[in-house]
Design a protein around this ligand. Structure first.
Ligand code: SF4
Length: 289
């Protein structure tokens, strides 16, 4: 484990040097309020590099996550002079939220149509070098996403990198953003051992659930039922957004087989799929981009 920690620190130090050289600004550690982000912040402190921290306010995070991020930012700002920023989401130039986006995109977010991530979770860091807590173990999808996305001349390579290590770095041409994933090869066990050994504070929600993220995230599947029991106001906000979405669909003359917000909710929660219901492809095809 010590070797993994040393390697992650070296990755951050290399990314920090590149950030200062290329962007003339410190590396940004992005934090979601989850445990992997907490590891990255601690590692950045251990690496003794200049760094900033940014959090994207998704509007659908649990209140506990919002409070945890705020208290961590206070600790970092007051205790370490670290610049901490909360990015609020914008859609087509206006402040937005999950509840505002649903009627605007005339669809609930689904596993195959996660338009909300792009708007609510992936803002910030444009024109900067950022570090994330992405780990290969999290999912195969993430593993695939962690490969270079651009032509070789745009690639960022470290001296002596082999092919696998090259996947530790990514480039987003659109946002002129470069990314390092310093704990990409860490396991869940590595993460918890590190946090425990270093006595790092983590989001208190880990006492009651294994994953922390947006309430109602379609990727959470059946766990959403428990989330809505735990935070019923979020269910109310989704229901209001679905009702508004149905009004917009009607105004725009879009094909709609749902009559009520409850019907949308049941479909979205995969409780009842009745013949003639909207399908994912139809929802994607009708988007005005
Ligand atoms: S609900 Fe899920 S898909 Fe949507 S922004 Fe949150 S994490 Fe991303």
């Amino acid at each position: 484990m010590d070797e993994k920690i040393e390697t992650a620190i070296k990755r951050l130090q290399t990314a920090s040097d590149m950030s200062l050289k290329i962007y003339k600004q410190p590396l940004i550690i992005t934090t979601s309020g989850g445990k992997d982000s907490s590891v990255c912040v601690e590692l950045a402190q251990m690496a003794k590099i200049p760094f900033e921290v940014q959090h994207n306010h998704t509007t659908a995070d649990a209140p506990e996550t919002v409070y945890f991020v705020r208290s961590e930012f206070q600790r970092l700002e007051l205790g370490g002079g670290v610049k901490c920023t909360i990015n609020y989401p914008y859609y087509k130039g206006e402040r937005t939220s999950m509840w505002d986006l649903i009627p605007k995109r005339v669809s609930p977010p689904t596993r195959l149509f996660r338009y909300c991530c792009e708007v609510l979770k992936e803002g910030g860091g444009a024109g900067r070098f950022i570090a994330t807590g992405i780990r290969w173990e999290e999912s195969n999808k993430r593993k695939n996403r962690a490969t270079y996305e651009v032509a070789s001349k745009e690639r960022i390579m470290l001296n002596n990198d082999n092919d696998e290590k090259r996947m530790l770095f990514e480039t987003c041409q659109m946002k002129a953003k470069r990314v390092v994933n310093p704990i990409i090869d860490w396991t869940e066990e590595d993460v918890w051992n590190f946090l425990h050994d270093r006595k790092v504070s983590v989001n208190p929600l880990y006492c009651e659930q294994s994953r922390v993220g947006c309430i109602g995230c379609p990727m959470a599947g059946k766990a959403r039922e428990k989330q809505f029991e735990r935070w019923p106001k979020y269910k109310d906000m989704y229901m209001r957004a679905f009702a508004k979405m149905l009004e917009v669909r009607k105004e725009r003359g879009l094909k709609t087989t749902w009559n009520t917000a409850e019907e949308v909710y049941d479909w979205w929660m995969e409780k009842k799929i009745t013949p003639g219901q909207m399908n994912f492809d139809e929802l994607v095809d009708e988007q005005e981009e």
